[in-house]
Write a protein that binds this ligand. Sequence first.
Ligand SMILES: Cc1cc2nc3c(=O)[nH]c(=O)nc-3n(C[C@H](O)[C@H](O)[C@H](O)COP(=O)(O)OP(=O)(O)OC[C@H]3O[C@@H](n4cnc5c(N)ncnc54)[C@H](O)[C@@H]3O)c2cc1C
Length: 296
Amino acid sequence: MIPVQFDYAAPESLEAAVKLLQENQTAQVLAGGYSVIQELKQGGSRPSLVVDLRHVSGLKGITKAADGSIRIGAMTTYDQAATAPDVQPYAAWCAAVGSIGDQQVRNWNAVGDTTAYRDLACDLAAAALATDAKFELSGPGGTRVVNASEFLVAPLGTALAPGEIVAAIILPATANSRSAYQRFIHPASRYTICGIAAAVSVGPDGNVSSCRLALASARSTVVRLTAAEAALTGKAPTPENIAAAAKAAADTVVSEAATGSDNLSRLMAQYAGSEYRAHLRSVLAERALTQAVAGL
Ligand SMILES: Cc1cc2nc3c(=O)[nH]c(=O)nc-3n(C[C@H](O)[C@H](O)[C@H](O)COP(=O)(O)OP(=O)(O)OC[C@H]3O[C@@H](n4cnc5c(N)ncnc54)[C@H](O)[C@@H]3O)c2cc1C
């Protein structure tokens, strides 16, 4: 039973959806509904209006642009977003999105849902940050495209402005970059305890020209492991150099999850202490980097 009353609208265009959000300051967007319906049932959310995006045209599907980038509509399901032929070169994305929840969850939930970016177990967000994805946002002021690093920000998880809707996620052309995602899951809930996405490019000299590492399930949003990235950039992608970068990944982050600065973090801290998390960062960073480099 849902103990709160609200109006319901299922607009057919993005403009109409944005207008509804603009006119109703306490409206809430509905995608797959797994989180929204639960919040409504528990009384944690009391919107005046629920704006269901299921009929909005242009929000579903995957298209490849002339520059090689891939646009994934916000209402595309996790399953479609992980299995479509055009996304297969984005190994980190496919592994992260294709491992969320179970098949039922992936068949129903949509990539635009913002819970996935502010949850500690934000696999999709880690892949987006490592692969330098962009977020296309539609709001009262029109459409803007922001980098994952500008969009995925603590403490709220995203830089979504009031009245804005995530319209799409854009994966940049892979060019000479390859990626991988490795995660360690809780055996019962299957939520990620530690996840690391890696994206690596090499230059003409065979050395690493770009290295991006994103960590999931440590803080209230995903974070880059910049010391580990710096440890490998400019170097040959050898097992020794990868191991040194992985050690830097273990050394540099003191996770909120371990220090327990909020309820969610305290919950995550029950699953793994700081020492064990450091070990996981090292092991998973080494695996993700090795896998990404093997694809070059
Ligand atoms: C059993 C289970 C296991 C899971 N395991 C994992 C896991 O391992 N890793 C992981 O990362 N996640 C996991 N999740 C969470 C999942 O990824 C989703 O975040 C969650 O289920 C909500 O998805 P939804 O499509 O139903 O969104 P909804 O519940 O419809 O929406 C969620 C939130 O996003 C907002 N929203 C939705 N779409 C948009 C949009 N286009 N623009 C702006 N705001 C929007 C809504 O207003 C709401 O606040 C799991 C969920 C379940 C139920």
